[in-house]
Design a protein around this ligand. Structure first.
Ligand SMILES: NC(=O)c1ccc[n+]([C@@H]2O[C@H](COP(=O)([O-])OP(=O)(O)OC[C@H]3O[C@@H](n4cnc5c(N)ncnc54)[C@H](OP(=O)(O)O)[C@@H]3O)[C@@H](O)[C@H]2O)c1
Length: 245
């Protein structure tokens, strides 16, 4: 791994390179092909590589909570995060792993599956849903997870972020997918984009990393790392470019 922007450096300290600038901060972490596809054959796996997985893991280790849309949780088969030796230092004073928080309206989640049954008590999975979610499923989710109701018909993502902060989970890592990302950006909630550009053309009709309502969030390119042709770009919302160091 080498840093190529804003200065050249071999073997940079990647934990320092991705340190959260503030306690209340929402980082999107996404991988895209060189032509902008957010998935290949329905999954992000085909876009990833060794270094991307390393950074993906590190970013989880730095976060208070991992936020994801229900489609991502379903298609990528989310399970609770597992403690890693390398997380010990960055997580000092915090639980060994961040909980996973899932945004869903339908609550079409496997509530008997590992994401709910294998989460440690200190990192119970969080379900963020709406008043309109089926009542029975909501009651069941409240049994198996920490339940947050943040909106009537749709989850209001600003309310959801406030609720997470209220639980002491201010450093939020959103792992997508594109439909959640578009809503976060439109609500002005994205402080940072950690984007891996994969050296691959994918074509097809995959979404881009934001899919849905149009919005405009000017960004500053704070950092670029490179390994094996993969680019790891760290963009900050322009208002935050003071946090670039
Ligand atoms: N390239 C990458 O880095 C990356 C990262 C993540 C995912 N992906 C790929 O992206 C795809 C999934 O992403 P996606 O954009 O289709 O979906 P998504 O954003 O992961 O999830 C969409 C789902 O989230 C729930 N949701 C979204 N907004 C909501 C709101 N305001 N209120 C209530 N519920 C809401 C709904 O769940 P319910 O249907 O349960 O109501 C909706 O169906 C997969 O193919 C995955 O592999 C790629």
């Amino acid at each position: 791994m080498r840093r190529i922007h804003p200065y050249a450096e071999d073997d940079p300290d990647i934990a320092a390179a991705y340190a959260y600038p503030r306690d209340h901060w929402l980082r999107l972490n996404m991988v895209a092909s060189a032509d902008g596809a957010a998935w290949v054959e329905g999954h992000s796996e085909g876009l990833s590589g060794r270094a991307d997985k390393r950074i993906f893991g590190l970013l989880r280790g730095l976060a208070d909570v991992v936020l994801a849309g229900a489609a991502t949780v379903r298609t990528e088969g989310y399970r609770p995060a597992r403690p890693r030796e390398s997380w010990r230092a960055p997580r000092e004073g915090r639980p060994p792993v961040p909980p996973i928080a899932v945004v869903t309206r339908l609550l079409d989640l496997d509530l008997g599956g590992p994401l709910f049954t294998e989460a440690e008590p200190y990192a119970r999975t969080i379900v963020i849903t709406t008043e309109a979610a089926p009542k029975e499923r909501r009651d069941e989710a409240a049994d198996k997870a920490v339940l947050i109701v943040a909106g009537e018909d749709r989850v209001d993502l600003a309310t959801a972020v406030e609720e997470l902060r209220g639980l002491g989970l201010g450093r939020i890592l959103c792992e997508g997918g594109p439909r959640i990302n578009a809503q976060l950006a439109a609500a002005g909630l994205v402080d940072e984009l950690a984007l891996t550009v994969s050296p691959l053309l994918a074509g097809g009709d995959a979404a881009r990393i934001l899919d849905g309502v149009a919005s405009r969030t000017p960004l500053t390119l704070a950092q670029v790392l490179e390994e094996d042709g993969f680019l790891f770009c760290r963009y900050l919302r322009e208002a935050h470019d003071d946090a670039a160091g």
